[in-house]
Design a protein around this ligand. Structure first.
Ligand code: XMP
Length: 517
């Protein structure tokens, strides 16, 4: 059954890395998109009454035995189909064309040349347009009824179509940003060829998700670990909107949070959103377990373990719980694809929820699983979360614990909290917060001599770091204006008693990581 009243485009997943990206591009056209495994029967698809179907790419070779194929009935549904890469190949093969395994892989940027300007799919695309190719096999004979609409020097069937049956195929990947006019092609397919109405937005996502959460949960209860970060906050508010007090949130204070963070989480979720919020101040447990420990991995393990113990202790106080809610996003989903299924997820590892104890048998509820980070932010805004939370920088689960280099003590954490608050405050005042992926301060296990007032001092050294990044996999150091650094350094030395020296980190990632640990 359709899970939305809006027009839908189905993405049939052949095991592609990019299925979610295709779905996202369709959403960007204002049209709902649902991913189904390629094993979905034609009947299942027909019941969803989609306006169009997109066959994703995939790592298999159509020439290989047992390669994934859609139900042949999909070609008889009278619904437009766009095949991307493997999707084009499998469509060609099944409709009477031929695919060859040249053994030569083509990977990277190419320019397509439009060879037939009457193409509906390529309408409005430049005569020569950059695309992203990634394939080994290639179509070497197109099915009857198809014509070629674009070529590359090495690919005679870069884009093909049968406009009578409304079947289209591209050998390249229009969904990735490197295909410069790919979004225009997807838009032409979804809006012009399929005629889908562009009336889906984050508001529609909320109403569909609320309905689906209510249906899944029924009268049972859901537990959500709230960290104060964007993902878990958005998930919690969405679920709360659906089931109100059937949601119990647990917020663990590990003593390594930023300044005023615990208060602001309690205020926002407990008071403003009136959520059923259980607060566990386990700072002492964390600090005593960390006493004397300096090795980064050992610190992480301890923090993870105390978190799990605390979380489960709190969970047991919450009565009968059936679901564990998580703010898992699409990029967090660990893909383990089997020939019959799409992506499957494991518990979001950085939530530190680890393996569940035997006596707690929860189902997972992950309402953000299909979304990308910026879509979650848009959803957060739609749900009325304040900008300050929606656009906040990433913050690691083990908190300031990984930023207190050396031993983690209450005094050092208090010092670091003050340094961090001043640095972020100066960045905000300079209007730079939104330009930075992440800004952080670390306290080093080093003391240095200084002179403050008339006195020689021997105090801690801190580093400030700000980076730009797309996805935290790589990062560049942010060219922070000198005046901002100067104001931050001067305030830190004046206002934070334990610190007399401030450094700015200009290491990119790689070779450095974002956190110092
Ligand atoms: P690194 O330091 O590896 O960090 O360059 C990449 C990104 O991951 C964040 N990070 C974490 N996030 N739990 C989290 O939720 C963690 O244990 C953790 N460790 C690192 C880091 O802040 C950066 O954004």
């Amino acid at each position: 059954m359709a899970i939305t009243d809006h027009d839908t485009v189905v993405v049939l997943d052949f095991g592609a890395q990019y299925s979610q990206l295709i779905a996202r591009r369709v959403r960007e056209c204002g049209v709902y998109s649902q991913i189904l495994p390629f094993t979905a029967s034609a009947d299942e698809i027909r019941k969803l009454a989609p306006k169009g179907i997109i066959f994703s790419g995939g790592p298999a070779s159509v020439r290989a035995e047992g390669s994934p194929r859609p139900d042949a009935g999909v070609f008889a549904l009278g619904i437009p189909i766009l095949g991307i890469c493997y999707g084009l190949q499998v469509m060609s093969e099944m409709l009477g064309g031929h695919v060859t395994s040249s053994g030569r892989k083509e990977y990277g940027l190419q320019n397509i040349t439009i060879s037939d300007h009457s193409s509906e799919l390529l309408s409005g695309v430049s005569d020569s347009s950059q695309v992203w190719m990634s394939h080994g096999d290639a179509v070497d004979r197109i099915p009857e009824g198809f014509r070629v609409t674009a070529v590359t020097p090495t690919c005679p069937y870069a884009a093909v179509e049968d406009s009578r049956r409304k079947f289209y195929g591209v050998q390249f990947h229009p969904e990735v940003v490197h295909s410069v006019e790919g979004d225009r092609m997807i838009r032409s397919f979804v809006l012009d060829i399929c005629g889908a109405e562009a009336d889906w937005n984050m508001g529609s996502f909320v109403s569909d998700a609320v309905e689906s959460i209510r249906k899944t949960v029924g009268s049972r209860r859901v537990l959500c670990g709230l960290s104060g970060g964007v993902d878990s906050s958005v998930a919690a508010v969405l679920i709360h909107k659906a089931i109100g007090d059937q949601l119990v949130c647990v917020f663990v204070n590990n003593g390594m949070l930023r300044k005023h963070e615990a208060e602001s989480v309690l205020d926002l979720f407990g008071r403003h959103f009136s959520m059923n919020l259980q607060y566990a101040d386990a700072s002492d447990d964390f600090l005593s377990a960390l006493k004397g420990v300096t090795e980064p991995e050992a610190k992480r393990k301890i923090i993870g373990k105390v978190f799990v113990d605390t979380f489960y202790r709190e969970a047991r106080k919450c009565g009968d719980i059936s679901f564990l809610a998580q703010g898992t996003l699409y990029p967090d989903v660990i893909e383990s694809r089997s020939p019959s299924g799409g992506p499957s997820s494991t518990i979001k590892s950085h939530h530190n929820v680890g393996g569940l104890p035997e006596d707690l048998k929860w189902e997972l509820l992950e309402p953000l699983k299909e979304l990308f980070k910026d879509e979650v932010r848009a959803l957060g805004k739609e749900l009325g979360l304040p900008d300050e939370l929606v656009y906040r920088h990433p913050f690691p689960g083990p908190g300031l614990g990984v930023r207190c280099i050396g031993e983690v003590t209450k005094e050092r954490l208090d010092t670091l909290r003050d340094v961090d608050a001043i640095f972020i405050d100066e960045i905000r005042k300079a209007g730079l917060y939104g330009k930075i992926w992440q800004a952080l301060a670390d306290l080093l296990p080093v003391k240095s001599v200084g002179v403050q007032g008339d006195e020689r001092t021997y105090r801690e050294v801190c580093t400030l770091r700000a980076v730009t990044s797309e996805d935290a996999m790589t990062a560049d150091w942010f060219r922070m204006p000198y005046e901002v650094l100067q104001r931050a350094a001067s305030r830190i030395c004046n206002e934070v008693p334990g610190v007399n020296r401030v450094l700015y980190d200009i290491t990119s990632k790689p070779p450095g990581t974002i956190e110092w640990e």
